[in-house]
Design a protein. Structure first.
Length: 271
């Protein structure tokens, strides 16, 4: 391995140094020998080492060309490991020949600046992973795992495709260099089908974005802001979905979003 380079702040390079957290992540992924593991942002290989000890097929997705070169050299003699230079925000897993139509799992200590877009890209793949175990900024993890009462747009976007749970916390001292923020590891068990039956995901998000356009207002008030209409335009539709126009958007469950979407879509179709 070449001499250690300075971590690139712009690429969110905070390398994990706490072995207990490495084990928590790897244990949460429940890796079996025949699993295909996609590791996002392997960096200097803190997680990779433990993954490679168990899995026979490991694909490393790294954006930093220098780290790609280091990892390629390190694993040159290991046919189980392939290193790919790619941006995980735009990666298509259908371009990874090892996967084909086989199940795969994703593991990653994600760069803070791109964690939400990376998770979103992976959850929106045509051939989705069966699960993700990822570390991200504590506040982002909190929103992704939030339950009805505290949900925002990112919570809905996450719960639409997966059942999320918190695995463990990681303080700044678990990394080098130390970040300014705290981190959390979460596990996302991907659903067999999305939690809401929709005609297209874009249509669903048209509604969900409007639903959170003014999250402190009532649901009717927020939809009115989002669609530039009056709250009274939405009261009937919300009641027909079995909801209360005065409830806050954060209180809706995924079943509630499904009922609201169905009413909204059929009202739009018959208008
Ligand atoms: N896995 C290592 C660890 O735990 O020590 C490194 C984690 S570090 C927080 C994030 C890693 O993601 C870095 O290696 C960084 O170069 C890489 N990275 C940054 N942006 C990326 C992107 N868009 N796609 C893939 N990897 C990225």
């Amino acid at each position: 391995m070449p001499a250690t380079r300075r971590p690139r702040k712009s690429l969110g390079q905070h390398f994990l140094r706490d072995r207990r957290i490495v084990h928590r992540i790897v244990d949460a992924a429940d890796i079996q020998a025949d699993d295909i593991i996609v590791e996002i942002g392997p960096g200097r290989g803190a997680l990779t080492k433990s993954i490679v000890e168990v899995a026979n097929s490991v694909i490393l997705i790294e954006f930093d060309e220098d780290l790609v070169a280091d990892l390629t050299e390190r694993y040159a003699d290991n046919p189980s490991v392939r290193v790919a230079h790619a941006d995980a925000r735009t990666l298509s897993t259908s371009d990874l020949p090892e996967i084909g139509d086989r199940p795969y799992k994703v593991i990653g200590n994600l760069p803070y600046y791109a964690a939400a877009p990376i998770v979103r890209n992976l959850l929106e793949q045509t051939h989705q992973p069966e699960l993700l175990v990822v570390m991200l900024q504590r506040e982002v993890a909190r929103e992704m795992t939030a339950q009805p009462g505290k949900m925002g747009l990112l919570s809905v976007a996450t719960h639409l495709y997966a059942e999320p749970r918190t695995v463990c916390q990681a303080p700044p001292r678990a990394f080098t260099p130390r970040p300014k923020v705290h981190s959390t590891v979460i596990k996302l068990n991907v659903r067999e089908r999305p939690a809401v039956e929709f005609e297209s995901v874009d249509l669903f998000f048209t509604l969900a974005r409007a639903g959170f356009a003014a999250p402190r207002k009532t649901l009717a008030g927020s939809l009115a802001v989002g669609f530039s209409k009056k709250p009274t335009d939405f009261a009937g539709l919300i009641e027909e979905a079995g909801l209360d126009p005065r409830q806050r958007p954060a209180t809706l469950s995924m079943d509630d979003w499904g009922a609201l979407y169905a009413r909204w879509h059929s009202a739009a179709a018959s208008a």
